[in-house]
Each structure stands twice: as structure tokens, then as C-alpha cells.
Design a protein around this ligand. Structure first.
Ligand code: NAD
Length: 479
């Protein structure tokens, strides 16, 4: 156990609950493979209590003026900023990312709370001219109700922050089950909200066996909506449960497999710099990580040379060491997945330009890896690697690269580098993705909607669109 990590709890109806006879599981530091904390699992009774608390709190929270809700959320944002060192430390210990990235994640979460708090004050309705004199047609927007949320381990603060802030700003309440592998960070969000004056029951945090908790909560009578971020396979299962439990609404932020299209007229140095940063941040465990690098024939070798040279300078190590620029993978499943995907690509004839191996003598490390000329039938060209592996292929025409970019059933992020405005416009029109970054990677900000198409899911988070997920529309005809 690690003194820097702090005790873990469930947070139900304003109370912090410890193990107290409940089942527990160890939380592992992925840089060392050692246990750092003990996480209590919610009993079925705890889950019922959490859902009931969210249901009871909804009746009053929805009546709190949006202005006052925003004040609480903004106060919580300020507390997250003040506590960024503590949150960053706990996040690095449980997730592995370098402390600077973890601390920044706490600060970005605060920005998300600020932005969303104010967006909650702008959930405007409409007045429609009625057909009959003296009649008034009003369209109002109301909170959907108590929400069950499920979040993964790659961004332990930012992903919960998006869901919690939008739900609470619109007047919804929530029971959230974050990942059991990274439980401490989100508990600090709950603590900041409680310290900022959030009434008991508005937010509840539970942990347990994921499939059991999600089945229980989705079926719980007070829950009106679910929101999930994670793999497409689990998303499909939860969407079915939500439909069967009473056609409950759902938002799904699922996997991606982002194409990067580098054209012959691109600023290659700028593209390399942007892509090395985006590819290896969080050791590649990001659903919008650039993955398939489609490089124009004429620039392929130059891009690969620059990219591999920059990637070779990455210093892999324990995220608490200030010299580390890339931490371990979050769990040993990812290391095994990287080994299998790299071996399969090499078997299919890919060139191994950099890395390709687990690293270190403890923890779950995998080297920054570059595979070149990877054939389309290699597994890694079709399955989300979710790790520090970049793969390249060549193209010669615009139509060909757009066809390749759109080839997979995913459509989350995509990137392109070109100075030609006609190419940029064609990409904006024809690439099947929820987000497209042209000459930059600024596709994931509190102000901008984030979400996918095809099997990458449905619904947006962030931006004014992010509020829609938590609102229902009512038409009132009054005379
Ligand atoms: P996984 O698919 O089992 O789990 C993904 C996440 O969903 C985890 O946080 C897990 O706790 C949760 N989960 C799993 N089953 C659940 C259930 N029945 N109910 C509720 N939550 C459930 O596998 P994994 O090994 O954790 O990750 C593997 C893949 O998941 C990755 O390769 C990646 O493709 C995807 N993933 C995506 C994101 C994202 O941000 N979109 C985040 C993490 C993982």
C-alpha cells in the first residue's frame, strides 16, 4: 500500500462508505505491479440505495435554479484546481501517466466544469407562432432524470468530468461507476462537489464487478438514462440492457481507429511534431489517438524518419519520475495486446522501424513502436491498438486515401496535414468521423462537441451539443 494514494470509498447519498464487511479488490500501480489501495465493492443493497438517492435528489435538484447549480459547479472547479497536485499524484499512481499529464488532466477537468456550468444556464426553449389567436406554443427543455454513468481507466478525471458536469448542470442526478482500476481520481471530483455545496444524493459513486453493477443500475427503476465510454463490444451490451430496461436513453462514446492523412504538400516537420505528441500521450491509450498513418508516397520516408527519430527520444518510465515522458500501460492486458498486434503485423510483412517490445523489469511498459508498410489485412489495421504503436501505409491519390480512411466500421477522430484548401474541403465533406483535425489536433476541448459515428457510438459530449444528452423536450400548447 502507498501512503500517497489515500483511502478508497463508495460515495452514496452524501456518505463516504469504507469496506465494512464488503468485498474488496486491490488497486495496482502499473509502473510497479504493486498494490497501492483497497477498493470496496458496492453490495446490491448499496446500488439500490445509490439509485434511490439519485431518484430522491432529482426531485429537488431539478428545481434548483440553473444559476445556483452553476455556482456550485464553478466552486468545485476552483477546488479541483487547488487540489491538482494531490489529484495528479493519485492519478499517476493508479493509471501510470506522467505526473505532468495527470496534473493537467485535473486542470482540464476544472475547465470542463466551468464551461459546462455556464452552458447549463443556456438550455433555452423556444416560442413557436401558434395557428390560433390567443394560443401560445412553447418548447421547453427539461432534465431527463437520474443517470447511470460508466467510465474507463484511460482518463480517470476528464471522462467522468464531462458526464458529471453536463448531467448536474442541466438538473439531472447521477450514479457513476468509474473504472475499478483507477478509482481515486474521480472520488476527488465527488469530494470537490460535496465541499462546494452539492446536496446529498445528486452524485453517487460506486464500484464493483462491472457487468453486475451495470446490469443492476441500468435496470433500477429511478434510472432514466445511461452514458458509457469504453469499448464498442461493451457499449453494445449496455445499449441492449438500456433498451430492455424500458427504452432508457443512452449515449455511447466507443472505440476509434483514427486515420492520419499526410499529403505531399504538407508541412512535414509540423505534422511529425503534432503527431508524435498526440500518438504517445497517455502511452497511446486514447480513443482519438492517431493510429493509421496514411502517408503520400512522396513523403512517406521523410515522415517516418522524423517520426521515428522523435519517438526514440521519448523517455519511458515511472510517471512519478519527472524525467519520464511516457508512463506504463494501464494494465497488463494492454501489454499482451501490443505484443500480439505487433507480432501479427510483422508476420504480415510490416517493417519494424522502432520499439516493439515490453520494457523495464517490472510494471506494464511497452516501448514506443513504429511499424511501416503495414498491409490492410493485419489485425492492427482493423482493431483499435489502444497503445503506443503507430502504423504506416502509402497512398497516391485523394480518392484512395479517403476510401482507406473510411474503410473501418469506426468513425471517431481523424487527422490530415495539407496546405491545399481544396483537399482540406474535400476531407471536411467526405471523411466519416465525428472529429477531423486539419493541420492541428485541437479536436477535444470543453467548447467543442466530442463524439463518434458508425460503431464509434452516438451522442456528443462537450460544447452546447453536450447538454442535449441530458435534456428532454416538452411542447406546451397554452390558450
Ligand atoms: P473492456 O472492454 O472490458 O472495458 C472497457 C471499459 O468498460 C473498462 O473501464 C471496464 O471497466 C468497463 N466495462 C467492461 N465491462 C463492463 C460492463 N459490462 N458494464 C460496465 N462497464 C464495463 O476492456 P479493457 O481491457 O478495459 O479495454 C479494452 C478496450 O476498450 C481498449 O482496447 C479500447 O478499445 C477500449 N477502451 C476505450 C476507451 C475509450 O475512451 N473509448 C477507454 C478504455 C478502453
Amino acid at each position: 500500500m502507498d501512503d500517497r494514494y489515500g483511502a478508497l470509498h463508495l460515495f452514496i447519498d452524501g456518505e463516504w462508505l469504507g469496506a465494512g464487511g464488503r468485498q474488496t479488490e486491490d488497486v495496482i500501480n502499473p509502473a510497479t505491479g504493486e498494490a497501492i489501495g483497497t477498493l470496496p465493492h458496492a453490495t446490491p443493497g448499496d446500488l439500490d440505495r445509490a439509485a434511490a438517492a439519485a431518484g430522491a435528489a432529482f426531485a429537488s435538484w431539478r428545481r434548483v435554479p440553473a444559476f445556483e447549480r452553476a455556482q456550485i459547479l464553478r466552486k468545485a472547479a476552483q477546488l479541483l484546481r487547488e487540489r491538482a497536485d494531490l489529484i495528479g499524484t493519485r492519478m499517476t499512481l493508479e493509471q501510470g501517466k506522467p505526473f505532468a499529464e495527470a496534473r493537467l488532466e485535473a486542470l482540464i477537468s476544472a475547465d470542463i466544469f466551468d464551461y459546462t456550468a455556464d452552458e447549463g444556464r443556456r438550455t433555452y426553449g423556444r416560442i413557436i407562432p401558434a395557428r390560433v389567436p390567443g394560443m401560445r406554443w412553447m418548447v421547453t427543455r427539461e432534465p431527463v432524470g437520474p443517470v447511470a454513468a460508466f467510465t474507463p481507466w484511460n482518463f480517470p478525471c476528464v471522462i467522468p468530468a464531462r458526464k458529471i458536469s453536463a448531467a448536474l448542470a442541466t438538473g439531472c442526478t447521477m450514479v457513476i461507476k468509474p473504472s475499478e482500476e483507477t478509482p481515486a481520481s474521480v472520488l476527488e471530483i465527488a469530494r470537490a462537489l460535496q465541499d462546494a455545496g452539492l446536496p446529498a444524493g445528486v452524485l453517487n459513486v460506486v464500484y464493483g464487478v462491472p457487468a453486475e453493477v451495470s446490469a443492476h443500475l441500468i435496470a433500477a427503476e429511478p434510472i432514466r438514462k445511461i452514458t458509457f465510454t469504453g469499448s464498442t463490444g461493451v457499449g453494445q451490451q449496455l445499449a441492449v440492457l438500456a433498451a430492455k430496461a424500458g427504452v432508457k436513453r443512452a449515449t455511447m462514446e466507443l472505440g476509434g481507429h483514427a486515420p492520419v492523412m499526410v499529403f505531399e504538400d504538407a508541412d512535414i516537420d509540423a505534422a511529425v511534431q503534432a503527431m508524435v505528441g498526440a500518438k504517445f500521450r497517455n502511452a497511446g491509450q486514447i480513443c482519438i489517438a492517431p493510429t493509421r498513418f496514411y502517408l503520400h508516397d512522396s513523403v512517406h520516408d521523410r515522415f517516418v524518419e522524423g517520426f521515428a527519430a522523435a519517438a526514440a527520444k521519448i523517455r519511458m518510465g515511472d510517471g512519478m519520475d519527472p524525467a519520464s515522458t511516457m508512463g506504463p500501460l494501464a494494465n497488463n492486458r494492454r501489454v499482451a495486446a501490443m505484443e500480439a498486434l505487433v507480432a501479427d503485423a510483422v508476420d504480415h510483412g510490416a517493417g519494424l522501424r522502432l520499439g516493439g517490445n515490453p520494457g523495464g523489469n517490472r510494471g506494464y511498459f511497452f516501448e514506443p513502436t513504429v511499424l511501416t508498410d503495414v498491409p490492410a489485412n493485419a489485425r492492427i489495421m482493423n482493431e483499435e491498438p489502444f497503445g503506443p504503436v503507430a502504423v504506416t501505409a502509402r497512398f497516391s491519390t485523394l480518392d484512395e486515401v479517403i476510401e482507406q480512411a473510411n474503410r473501418l466500421p469506426f468513425g471517431l477522430a481523424s487527422y490530415a496535414f495539407t496546405q491545399d484548401t481544396r483537399i482540406a474541403s474535400a476531407l471536411a465533406d467526405r471523411v466519416e468521423a465525428g472529429m477531423l483535425g486539419i493541420n492541428n489536433v485541437a479536436i477535444n476541448m470543453p467548447e467543442t462537441p466530442f463524439g463518434g459515428v458508425k460503431q464509434s457510438g452516438y451522442g456528443s459530449e462537450g460544447g452546447s451539443e453536450g447538454m442535449d444528452a441530458y435534456l428532454v423536450t416538452k411542447t406546451v400548447s397554452q390558450s
